[in-house]
Design a protein around this ligand. Sequence first.
Ligand code: SAM
Ligand code: DTB
Ligand code: SF4
Length: 332
Amino acid sequence: MNRILRHNWTFSEIEEIYQRPLLTLIFEAASVHREFFNAKEVQVSQLISVKTGGCPEDCHYCPQAARYNTNINKHALMTVAEVTTIAKEAKANGRTRLCLGAAWREVKDNAQFDRVLEMVEAVNAEGLEVCATLGLLEEHQALRLKEAGLYAYNHNIDTSEENYGSIISTRKFSDRLRTLENVRKAQITVCCGGILGMGESEADRIKMLTTLATLTPHPESVPINTLIQVAGTPLGDKELEPVPIWDLVRMVATARIVMPSSYVRLSAGRIQRSFQDQALCFLAGANSIHAGDKLLTTPNNRDTDDMAMFDILGLKPQAQSFQHGQPHSLHA
Ligand code: SAM
Ligand code: DTB
Ligand code: SF4
């Protein structure tokens, strides 16, 4: 049965799903997952930080904000040749998607942006799906990225609108939503999610899901990050409770049920999770990971571990993305 995609979810409807008995929630999410995807396949995406550090924003979680004293290897914008070499390696390692990340507040119409456009073309030429995350974007810039062959744009809302001001003060939640609209206008697919573990309430998490699930169309991918506490950042230096696996599983399962045709991606924080923890997330509908030894600046799960985990769980890296919104005929 193909479930109809809904974009009119209310907070209370999503809350009711989120609060279901955990095993019922996982079972329902697993069933929905199988209506829309081949549940044996996981999309494997890799990140490259093409410009690291020195960002003028004040995102309290981020090691790349210039105003915090963090121990990262800052570097200026990479050359197209450097990115091409990394893309070739990624392709040889079986990746299907490469995401170019830049520590910018916003894209500016300058030579640096021209170079990023060339990078997008170069990564495309290697036969990889190209994603970018470059900060705030105007419509004409989104159109140029589309022309260069960009497949997806990552721009997270991170938390609820109500909690946003306690995490970031240099831009507004509405600025993020406007960029997402510009990405849509250029017919680039949207990758948008958030971060758990920044001291937010359960209601904030459900509100964030409500914002995502009422976007029309839904973001094609929804990354679920858990805060990586980096020393020197305001949230890195704060005493925070680690996110229980049960909360992550609830978040993944609820995202799967309310946005059934979207990829739900385990992103930052996966390194802290055991194979068993990740198995529960895959059962609850996660079907994408960020792989590679490094995310943008922080360590990530080792490839050999990920492959061993896939072997144990009977999962395999997905060869190619599905058409968004198309149910998959292979049921696990
Ligand atoms: N500057 C661009 C922007 O803010 O959209 C792109 C890069 S930014 C690093 C991409 C995303 O990484 C952020 O929106 C946030 O969700 C995530 N992120 C950054 N630092 C993190 C951390 N310490 N723990 C978890 N997620 C983090
Ligand atoms: C997303 O949601 N998570 C990725 C990607 N999109 C760009 C980034 C995670 C960054 C974690 C901290 C770091 O490595 O600097
Ligand atoms: Fe800059 Fe993005 Fe980090 Fe915020 S999350 S400080 S915008 S790089």
